[in-house]
Design a binder for this molecule. Sequence first.
Ligand SMILES: NC(=O)c1ccc[n+]([C@@H]2O[C@H](COP(=O)([O-])OP(=O)(O)OC[C@H]3O[C@@H](n4cnc5c(N)ncnc54)[C@H](O)[C@@H]3O)[C@@H](O)[C@H]2O)c1
Ligand SMILES: N[C@H](C(=O)O)[C@H](O)COP(=O)(O)O
Length: 329
Amino acid sequence: MLPVLAFTPGEPAGIGPDLAIMMSQQHWSAAIVVCADINLLRQRAEQLALTVELRPYNGQRPTSPTPKGVLLVEHIPLAKTATAGVLNVENGPYVVDTLTRASEGNLSGEFDAIVTGPVHKGIINDAGIAFSGHTEFFANLANKNDVVMMLATEGLRVALVTTHIPLAYVNKAITPDRLTKILTILHNDLVYKFGEVNPKILVCGLNPHAGENGYLGREEIEVIEPVLNELRNKGLNLHGPLPADTLFQPKYLDTAAAVVAMYHDQGLPVLKYKGFGNAVNITLGLPFIRTSVDHGTALDMAATGNINSGSCQLAIQTAIDMVRASQNE
Ligand SMILES: NC(=O)c1ccc[n+]([C@@H]2O[C@H](COP(=O)([O-])OP(=O)(O)OC[C@H]3O[C@@H](n4cnc5c(N)ncnc54)[C@H](O)[C@@H]3O)[C@@H](O)[C@H]2O)c1
Ligand SMILES: N[C@H](C(=O)O)[C@H](O)COP(=O)(O)O
């Protein structure tokens, strides 16, 4: 069956609308329904001097790929006309409306996956809506307490135990229960969704030098090692806790299926240094497929025509591949 994807361009003042227009300029083996304001897309296409036919989505499941040069649009109105590069707090609820529409369509089976463009977390919060990221938003909407944020680029996958929380809360959030769930979801998805056999997972410590036998922190001894031992007894191929500053080298990575980092900025700077612009963000553990770009709103680049769309292309292609793989299960 033809994959039908929902695409949310995210922050209207950022580069998400540009990405939607740019994606229409190539052929995809899927139908893509863009959940966004149709006038915003028209305006951005004009600014980019790109020709696109904006075709309203009629709610009927498409049976053929969206033709090159066409965007199927589920119109969700902006509160205020967006200016490229200029955030407007009045459009915060609009962004959330687009995400809600896309995820409800996934939960009902109308769409097979969601691909998200970048949102600006700050402006959504300024609008009075508590929002820490798509990952947490979709988890909440789908009633899932534990989902996994994993970013992947050629030769490296990094999954996170904690996501968008202040650094001051990280150590408390790394509980045996959370760590067990994250490692289990990751292991199962590497096997069943990504075809890895006995995937080797490298697990970072939390503290410098993985705690140096407890002299530089005790989370490794008290939380991480006991969880790893328990899961190893169940057959998971886990290595660690390893010092995070030295594990990102070919000697370890060449045979690993994924690295688990304890917090956002322990793992993602390495991943983005290696593959920024060519990486995809995948949420594991949701009842639907969700992929995203590896970059943010890049307000300074909106409507300039000089952006890199590589990550968006990879996010769409990864979602299509994951839908196809799930259809063959
Ligand atoms: N998927 C998401 O929704 C997502 C991901 C990351 C960051 N964000 C959000 O984006 C906002 C801005 O974050 P930031 O400034 O740290 O990161 P950013 O990725 O928006 O920008 C960092 C730098 O990279 C450049 N850049 C980013 N993407 C580019 C592209 N495709 N082509 C060319 N240049 C590009 C920007 O111009 C900027 O110089 C924040 O609110 C953050 O939370 C959202
Ligand atoms: N942590 C992500 C990154 O650095 O790329 C980004 O903030 C997006 O996260 P969500 O997909 O949860 O919005």
